[in-house]
Design a binder for this molecule. Sequence first.
Ligand code: ADP
Ligand code: MG
Length: 350
Amino acid sequence: MRPLLHLDRVTKRYGAVTVLHDVDLTVADNEFLTILGPSGSGKTTVLRVIGGFEAIDSGRLMFDGQDLAPVPINRRPFNTVFQDYALFHHMTVFENVAYGLRVRRTPREVVASRVEAVLATVGLEKFGARYPAQLSGGQRQRVALARAIVCAPRIILLDEPLAALDVELRAQMQRFLKDLQRRLGIAFVFITHDQEEAIALSDRIVVVRDGRLDLAGTPAPLYRRPRPAFVASFFGENNLVAGVLGQRSGERCRVDTALGSLIASAEGLDVPVGTAVIVAVRPEHVAFGPGTDNALAATVSEVRFLGANVMIELSVDGHAEPLKVRRLADQAAAAIAPGDRVTLGWSAAD
Ligand code: ADP
Ligand code: MG
């Protein structure tokens, strides 16, 4: 993938507060890149900096090898879909979408054909004459998208565009967005605080915390090997157990914890014996009965049915937080009740 946009050690301050610290980020041509992070972590600020709505305090923004500093907002090859859509309520759908082209003094016939084509792309060809107030939330969302794509940007910036939609519509819009991105063949930089959404949509995910980019990766390895611990705690549910790194052999290591010695994967781990580390294991990777590498006695404290799955919480001596186990809601799971004494097991690779 060719890097199209590069944020090179970008720092942004509001007064005395630094909200982006030395952010390094590349966006490749045609990729669906997601910036994932909790509220207040700096996600919107990253987009506003790229879009040119905020000046930066240090660092550089490069697009296709060119410094963007002297390029004003309306000349940058990006369009933004804002969190609140920011539609013009006194204009029809057609006029909302046409606006960006008219500002660029596009000939009238070109405007008409281009707007119609873009409205068809987002499935709103019959809605050109309506006003935003006469549309559903999902339709308004698509108008905002049409407005962003009509000027043929190289990158579309989307700030939590699905946050306001209900669950069903949200799933539908996720599929629509992903499909649209493929059809257009341009890069999307998408913001969300929802990790499932990030996993479902992205080619690459960047996790941001307190104005720092923690890491970037493709969804599956990031889910399977989240590092550091913040990512493990934020990126999906995890059981986290603090300990000290003991002996390692090959790709496995021993970690001494309050729960006893645990055997964990040491893949890619480059810290010396004696270092404080955190063992993470996903609830879906813990089974009942001793595992190949780890076995732990526990007491069931709570059983929650979640439809296809059941989430079981267990207490373990020496660990304040309950451990979580996710199982298919089959007959074996249905027999589990609070107070049961059980053995939990998982493999080092998990
Ligand atoms: P996110 O989108 O991840 O929720 P933001 O990028 O909006 O986070 O904000 C990051 C931090 O910057 C927050 O602490 C926020 O309060 C602060 N911030 C955002 N905009 C401004 C502003 N215009 N002036 C001062 N502080 C701001
Ligand atoms: Mg935000």
